[in-house]
Design a protein around this ligand. Sequence first.
Ligand SMILES: Nc1ncnc2c1ncn2[C@@H]1O[C@H](COP(=O)(O)OP(=O)(O)OP(=O)(O)O)[C@@H](O)[C@H]1O
Ligand SMILES: [Mg+2]
Length: 467
Amino acid sequence: MTILNNPFSLLFITSISLFLFRVILIKTGFIFTFKRKWHCIKDCFHVYQFFKVPEFSESMQRNQLYYKVLLYLHSLASLEDSDFTNLFAGRKPNEILLRLDTNQIIEDDFLGAKMYWINQDKNLVLKIRKSDKRRVLQPYLQHIHTVFDEFDGRKRELKLYMNVVDDQKGRWRSVPFTHPSTFETTAMESDLKIKVKSDLESFLRAKQYYHKLGRVWKRSYLLYGPSGTGKSSFVAAVANFLSYDVYDIDLTKVSDDSDLKFLLLQTTAKSVVVIEDLDRYLSEKSTAVSSSGILNFMDGILSSSCGEERVMVYTMNGKDHVDPAILRPGRIDVHIHFPLCDFTAFKTLANSYLGLKDHKLFPQVEEIFQNGSSLSPAEIGELMNANRGSPSRALKSVINALQTEGDGKGGRCGRKAVEESGEPSGVFCTEGANAVKEFKKLYGLFRVKSNRKSPSFNLDNDLKSGL
Ligand SMILES: Nc1ncnc2c1ncn2[C@@H]1O[C@H](COP(=O)(O)OP(=O)(O)OP(=O)(O)O)[C@@H](O)[C@H]1O
Ligand SMILES: [Mg+2]
């Protein structure tokens, strides 16, 4: 009693009690529970309005706003305060990304109003006080657009989408697209490279132009040529050049023509949609999609509603056995031939793989190429890679491989030429030939060997610089 009568003791006990109470509040999470209850009580005195942003529209098209909002929410600091957050490894070393989990609520402040986002399965729901709605809703949505555009302006993380079978959450699965191929690393005629780049650049700027013409804002390319000539690498270079995502369609996983349409519907703008080895699918009939299904995919009415701002790419080993309807003028905008390696392509490869701009063996290589080439850039690149420790050895092994792997006649004749020149190249000759054979086995290159003598890259259709 005497202690309680003493004001100093009383003050001391009160301070200790308050301190302990604070510690309990903070350490136990009681304060969070209290805050939550308080919110519930406050909610009873406000009327809220809800706005749903679904991932897909009624016609199963992807809703761009959904992705914009999701990206915006992932940029908010308050994401860390959500009860349950997913953690993912980022692209940079040691980078960790936070991602909202389903049924979690994230808070945002805008112009003094509280905005709540609820992540439901395939929907994002905005909860906002009715009294704030008229004042803040429009500016808030505009703010989300601006943040997204700023983010998109910086180099965004590209994605590679692949179609899967029987998936409940949509037909596309994505992984980060990290293919390093660029136009600089692709060996092709420099004139052609410049034309393709300017065609893509003018396509990017031509939205109004296409619409004035009543055309869908898309551009399609057919890449054809033997295996290992850089068709797939070219697709990656296009995607990196445009900063577009890639949708790679595996036709064996498409159940019928309408399924193919459905897949196209689910692609997003700013993307490269690719069908690789189209000729093989059609000739082997390894897909349930018909030729007319492919034609509809290429230019069907569907593309007018969801084909905007897309680059479509089809690759083939050769055009010979393909339905002429697919190749008819006007259907695919640009045809690009990918030939076997020529001297120009060789020099680009030597520069990339060996850091060589010139070498005393170059004239010899050029002479061999003048008789026609028998190897693809992939094969020559692999020989250079295997001998990258010694540029001279790499070049000799390329020379020997070109001579040995020539069309029989070229092989014998070439080897003789080397032997006559007194070069100690017998070893390289065998090594080169074996290396190429091994490489061919590895990459399944023993298949089609058509178009062996393909003198240069060419565009079947002139690229229209006006577009
Ligand atoms: N023109 C080229 N320039 C630079 N590298 C090339 C070129 N062609 C092929 N390569 C190299 O060879 C490898 C295989 O090339 P790629 O997969 O692009 O060939 P492809 O034409 O798509 O073959 P396929 O018809 O078998 O699919 C790649 O790793 C690439 O680096
Ligand atoms: Mg390929």
